[in-house]
Design a protein around this ligand. Structure first.
Ligand code: G6P
Length: 573
């Protein structure tokens, strides 16, 4: 995935690049590096987080930086970006995957490659073309015509007071700062410095000087770009008194829901109504999403079906294998980041087939939002922890509100206070439970109907944060195999909206086989959960599941906000 940054202006570049990389660290945190332009190009790289770069100060007013999530080549200093040409005169940072890197590398066999990455070919390719007498502008055009795959690339050249940038299928944006310009993977990288930005479209490249920029379209013709005003978190998210962002973000849920409900009933009301209308006029309504957002979409399908509206959802990475979209389909991508490559691909495919796109995202101006006819925002604010918490809750709340336009009884007005109460009155109990579960190898979570997607989401949280194998499943499927794994002491968490829920029969089945049974229910003496409708019960159960994953991970001493091998924004396939 990776986060990339470039700065050119009148201020010292290094501290600005470091600040922005810190804000992009959620995109990847295997290794990091910076290159600054002086009389030479100077590079520093580290394995690990941006913190380790901070004492390696470089001087200069033009530079590029990178925070990596490894795809090609293991996690090592030599695979960290920026990558250099043989003569060290060209430095490149990249987000994406160059698919034809091996072919290009073969063509460049007279060059000395030092890394195992796909990216390094870019530096050598440009060096080769410059060596043949091409100008940098000409070499860039050739590069564009030869590269296959996905890329946001930011490039420096020794003795050349400019930054070069090009983009295809990976996000790239130019921030207009008072002191100069900043290129970055997303607006959050510089949202504390400006609210003005220019978004790159696929196939475009730009040449940025200290006081001017020029954009070129996919045919290399000069193109006039609009400067957009955006509003997004204006500072680095403060962790406050919380030990981790994850806990902070769970505690933010009541306010995030409050903010969203207000917005859906005021400034976003018209868009919500327009979405309703489209759903009524199109023959097919299809959600598409990945990870937690997919489980939110499953809940959306459930709420809508309850209200008599037919819809379906597909996991984005499998969309092309299962979709049957056409001009009469409304496709609703759900994505916190608005950048998930699998979702973006599904959106582009659907558009080619004539479908209408209305997205649900958290990050404004994100690629998925910009590909949509219009977009509803979940207003959760920046989420720093890799695992989705408040953004998941807000996705679900938005879908409940949407379903309620069709008659679903959501009763959301009191939800913020109720979530607050659920967190406060159960946190201690959950901590105790976490101690009982911390050494378990497997945890099963069972639900039916509205609680089935919740069981899946809780299992995902346990896997990604607590590193415990967990399976969230439909209670009815237990007897078709998984029951064979239930023996003395195996933890099974059952989500029971009311005492006569069907899932009770599964509870009896697992308890009679000696499972460590944990019943999450309004009837339970252990947990304090308000008696309410099943939709809100689903929300409360997720909150408890999030807290449980958090406290187990804490007991196990894990890096909660940045779990191993994961990244928040998955911009590769
Ligand atoms: C990653 C994140 C998950 C997220 C998923 C989909 O795997 O770690 O938390 O649910 O991507 O992301 P999106 O931004 O599309 O919601």
């Amino acid at each position: 995935m990776c986060g990339i940054v470039g700065y050119i202006g009148t201020d010292e570049a290094f501290p600005l690049i470091i600040q922005s990389l810190e804000k992009l660290e959620y995109r990847g945190y295997d290794s990091a590096g910076v290159a600054l332009l002086g009389s030479d190009i100077k590079v520093v790289k580290v394995v690990g987080g941006i913190d380790k770069l901070k004492n390696k100060i470089l001087e200069g007013r033009v530079g590029i930086g990178h925070t990596r999530w490894a795809t090609h080549g293991g996690v090592s200093e030599r695979n960290a970006h920026p990558h250099l040409s043989c003569d060290g005169e060209i430095a490149v940072v990249h987000n994406g995957i160059i698919e034809n890197w091996e072919e290009l590398k073969e063509e460049l066999r007279n060059h000395k490659f030092v890394s195992e990455t796909d990216t390094e070919v870019v530096a050598h390719f440009l060096e080769e073309r410059l060596g043949k007498g091409l100008s940098m502008e000409e070499a860039l055009k050739e590069l564009k015509s030869r590269l296959k795959g996905t890329y946001a690339l930011v490039i420096l050249k020794k003795g050349d007071d400019r930054i070069y940038a090009l983009k295809k299928d990976s996000p790239l944006v130019l921030g207009i700062l008072e002191s100069g310009f900043m290129l970055a993977s997303d607006i959050y990288a510089f949202s504390d410095k400006t609210n003005k930005a220019i978004f790159f479209e696929d196939g475009e490249h730009a040449i940025i000087r200290r006081n001017e920029y020029r954009f070129f379209d996919s045919e290399n013709r000069v193109v006039e770009k609009r400067i957009e005003n955006f509003s997004w978190s204006s500072g680095k998210e403060e962790i406050g008194n919380f030990e981790h962002y994850m806990l902070k973000e769970i505690h933010e849920e009541p306010n995030a829901v409050r903010r969203l409900l207000l917005s859906l009933r005021t400034d976003q009301r018209e868009k919500l109504e327009a979405l309703k209308k489209l759903m009524e006029t199109k023959r097919k309504v299809m959600f598409v999403a990945s990870g937690s957002s997919y489980f939110a979409s499953l809940l959306g399908v459930y709420f809508l079906h309850r209200a008599g509206i037919e819809s379906q959802t597909l996991i984005a990475s499998e969309f092309h294998n299962y979709e049957r979209v056409n001009g009469d389909t409304l496709v609703i991508p759900i994505s916190q980041s608005g950048e998930t490559m699998d979702v973006l691909d599904a959106v582009k495919l659907s558009k080619r087939k004539g479908a209408e796109i209305v997205s649900i995202v958290n990050v404004p101006h994100s690629s998925i939002q910009r590909e949509s006819r219009f977009s509803l925002e979940i207003k959760a604010g920046q989420e720093v922890c890799v695992a989705a918490t408040k953004t998941f809750i807000n996705q679900v709340v938005l879908l409940m509100e949407l379903a309620s336009l069709f008659g679903y009884r959501a009763e959301l007005d009191t939800l913020p206070q109720e979530i607050e109460h659920v967190i406060k009155s159960n946190e201690k109990t959950i901590r105790k439970l976490a101690r009982r579960l911390k050494d378990k190898n497997d945890i099963y979570i069972i639900g039916r109907g509205v609680t089935y997607p919740v069981a899946r989401e809780i299992a995902l949280k346990l896997k990604e944060i607590a590193y415990i194998h967990a399976e969230g499943m439909m209670g009815g499927e237990l007897k078709h195999g998984t029951l064979a794994l239930i023996e003395e002491g195996v933890p099974v968490i059952s989500l029971i909206p009311s005492k006569d829920d069907e899932v009770m029969s599964n509870v009896i089945e697992v308890e009679s086989r000696g499972a460590m049974s944990i019943r999450i229910s309004p009837e339970s003496k252990e947990f304090k959960i308000p008696q309410t409708n099943s939709g809100k019960f689903a929300v409360f159960s997720v909150v408890l599941g999030q807290l449980l994953a958090y406290y187990i991970a804490k007991e196990r001493g894990l890096p909660i906000d940045k779990p191993r091998n994961l990244a928040k924004s998955v911009t590769v396939k």
